[in-house]
Design a protein around this ligand. Sequence first.
Ligand code: NAD
Length: 348
Amino acid sequence: MKRVFINGYGSIGSRIAQFISDDHDVEIAGVGKYSPDEKVAEALSRGFKVFVPKNKIDSFNNFRISGDIESVIGECDLVIDASPGGIGYLNKKNVYEPKKIRAIFQGGEKITGDKAVAQLLFNSRVNYEKAFDKQFVMQGSCNVTGMGRILQPLKEKYGSKIKRFDAILLRRWADLEDLKTEVKDSIEWTPSPHHDEDVKSYMGADTPLFIRVFKIPTRQMHVHVMDIRFNGATPNASEIIDLYKNEYGVATLYGVKGTKDIRDFAESVKFSFKDTNMIHIHADILQVQDDVVKLTYSDDQTGIVVPENHLLMQAMLFKRKRDDAFRHTEELFHMTEKKRLLEEHFKK
Ligand code: NAD
């Protein structure tokens, strides 16, 4: 049985730990906690062993701690790092490389420059097999993951008939459960967003993609407003909708007034963590004008990368065939059923 350690138990780490604990092919050796807060009790109550940094053990006196992170990592086959953006790089240098351990990093890290954590940025729709023999792989961020689900089917069907993709990403300010971050009453912009480079790393450097990014005062998902310009013949709206009918992790919805409608529905039908784990095309505002398809979709920021981490874990640990890996992920995440429920509720 392969042993996996989840290093960092915040928004993403706690979700990954919870879902992967239902996977009987792996054993969760434990989760890494860095501050003695309420999340320690939560992890313990969910049955996880909690490990902490050696130099901080004393501050966790009030909790039942199983040992130090540095030691347990040496006994694992894979670490899923879910630390805050940029810290994964330090973990790689200080712990994973010296211990020769394999690791998955999250989308707040970099894949180029001095602080790169990996050469490969994973997107299950595009480069699943490339992760097989890698020591380090980075899972794309939520926005970068969602874009692959939109761009790859378009590329496969229309190829060079597409002239360019111009996208505006409207990013949520903080996650639902992140009550420490104040949601500021302001719209901020990101001068050199990482998204272009990240998406092109798996879609190809010549992808004609141009992204602008704005952070908006909400906790309820991201929205991508994308203009797809064609050379000559341009598909109509129903052709675009058909293209995504059978795409894994893409739901096509009607009548949604805003992202909170989707979260509220997810909560009402008891999706774990109120996540849909997917992107949602808003079909009633899809427009085609002359040579431009104007597509808008929302992206479940916390949920979307969790099944992706599970797929990546299977690629790295088991080199499982892609179809088998998707089948197994489906057993844990029930994405097809979630998509069915969403599409049935938000129907034409
Ligand atoms: P978070 O702040 O909720 O959680 C990070 C956790 O890591 C915290 O519990 C923190 O105490 C812990 N930590 C501190 N130092 C650490 C260390 N040295 N090693 C390991 N863990 C440490 O952050 P998050 O939102 O879960 O984000 C984690 C990563 O996932 C980031 O790279 C982020 O960009 C990426 N990501 C986040 C989202 C999202 O919606 N929140 C979506 C996709 C990707």
